[in-house]
Design a protein around this ligand. Structure first.
Ligand code: PEP
Ligand code: MN
Length: 353
């Protein structure tokens, strides 16, 4: 951390700042430049953010610049090796392959989920998605099937062998959802539900953390830090678009976040072009773009009959369109020297939750 002192500051004022820093146990390195005096704060301790805030209250302090990252455990600075999240032992997100997670927005019933699971698996998905607890903007929209939805997801896993990712919205449900899910999804609306983050940090299941509706990359990584520092190191980040002034798409899919995150964090990153665009027509092009940007996977909403979907039919691919999407992404993955995961390994076999 560096403290820049304003011009025309007296030696006494500077001494007050130095005394404050040393009184909190930090070292100082004072450097007089041609125009400004700069104080380097030496040492790493948990109260550094507090010290920075307190130093800003000194009249002679122009600014306080942080050098190290506010997120420590998930930062690339500490751990150089990329994290590979092992889902149910067999699906390794963050390895050299691109993973495809597919399924309906919402579990609407047994038949539609089983049909979808079988189809997406036959066309290269390595994980099944589907919400049982749905975060609905309107209290009048479908809220999901709850526990019954979880049971149907487990049945689909037993039937087709795909591990399942499903959302948990309430800290009180983490235990129950963990009994069924292979990956716990934290939705965009809950990215900063800190009690929920602390609860999934204690769960023994990987977590997929979606980017908040208007979260900066730093806020998102700090949310991941809650889970990681709380003891759960199996965290997957999911870019799903952010809210901007643009209304032509449901969200603005921030694909620049993908290579940026590769610089900032060792955690794997996947992209959800369905919620990221809100238009089924844009899902395939943005799935291709996500893979070209270096994503470790894509998450796609697929519904047997989007026109009858209870939720998000407008951004869901039907089976035929999903199959075409898979054909479109394959050469992009190949160009990135990353095979589609299902092409590079034997069929997934999952038996338990
Ligand atoms: C979802 O994936 O079903 C979902 C609700 O997404 P988000 O939290 O990104 O809106
Ligand atoms: Mn949805």
């Amino acid at each position: 951390m560096i403290v820049v002192i304003k011009p025309n500051t007296t030696a006494e004022q500077t001494k007050d700042v130095v005394d404050k820093i040393t009184s909190m146990g930090y070292g100082v390195n004072v450097s007089q430049g041609a125009e400004r005096l700069i104080i380097g704060v030496l040492g790493v301790r948990e109260d550094k953010d507090m010290l920075a805030a307190q130093l800003r209250s000194f009249e002679c302090v122009d600014r306080v610049v942080s050098i190290s990252r506010s997120f420590k455990f998930v930062s690339r600075e500490g751990t150089q090796a990329k994290t590979v999240v092992r889902v149910n032992g067999d699906v390794h997100i963050g390895d050299s392959a691109v993973h495809v997670i597919a399924g309906p927005c919402t579990v609407e019933g047994r038949d539609m989920l089983l049909d979808t699971a079988r189809f997406v698996k036959s066309r290269g998905a390595t994980m099944l998605r589907g919400g049982a607890y749905k975060p609905s903007t309107s209290p009048y929209s479908f809220q999901g099937m709850g526990k019954e939805g979880l049971q149907i997801l487990a049945e689909a896993r037993a039937d087709c062998g795909l591990p399942i990712v499903t959302e948990v919205m309430d800290p009180r449900d983490v235990g129950l959802v963990s009994e069924f899910a292979d990956v716990l999804q934290i939705g965009a609306r809950n990215m900063q539900n800190f009690n929920l983050l602390k609860e999934v940090a204690k769960a023994h299941k990987p977590v997929m953390l979606k980017r908040g509706l208007s979260a900066t990359v730093e806020e998102w990584l700090l949310a991941a830090e809650y889970i990681y520092a709380g003891g759960n190191h199996e965290v997957i980040l999911c870019e799903r678009g952010i809210r901007t002034f643009e209304t032509a798409t449901r969200n603005t899919l921030d694909l620049s976040a993908v290579p940026l995150l590769a610089l900032l964090t060792h955690l794997p990153v996947i992209v959800d072009p369905s919620h990221g665009t809100g238009k089924w027509e844009l899902v395939t092009p943005m799935a291709c773009a996500a893979i070209a940007a270096g994503a470790d996977g894509i998450m796609i909403e697929v519904h047997p009959r989007p026109a009858d979907a209870l939720k998000d039919g407008f951004e869901s691919l039907n089976f035929e369109k999903y199959a075409k999407m898979m054909e479109a992404v394959r050469p992009i993955a190949a160009a990135m020297s990353r095979p589609i995961a299902s092409d590079s390994r034997p069929a997934v076999q999952v038996t338990s939750g």
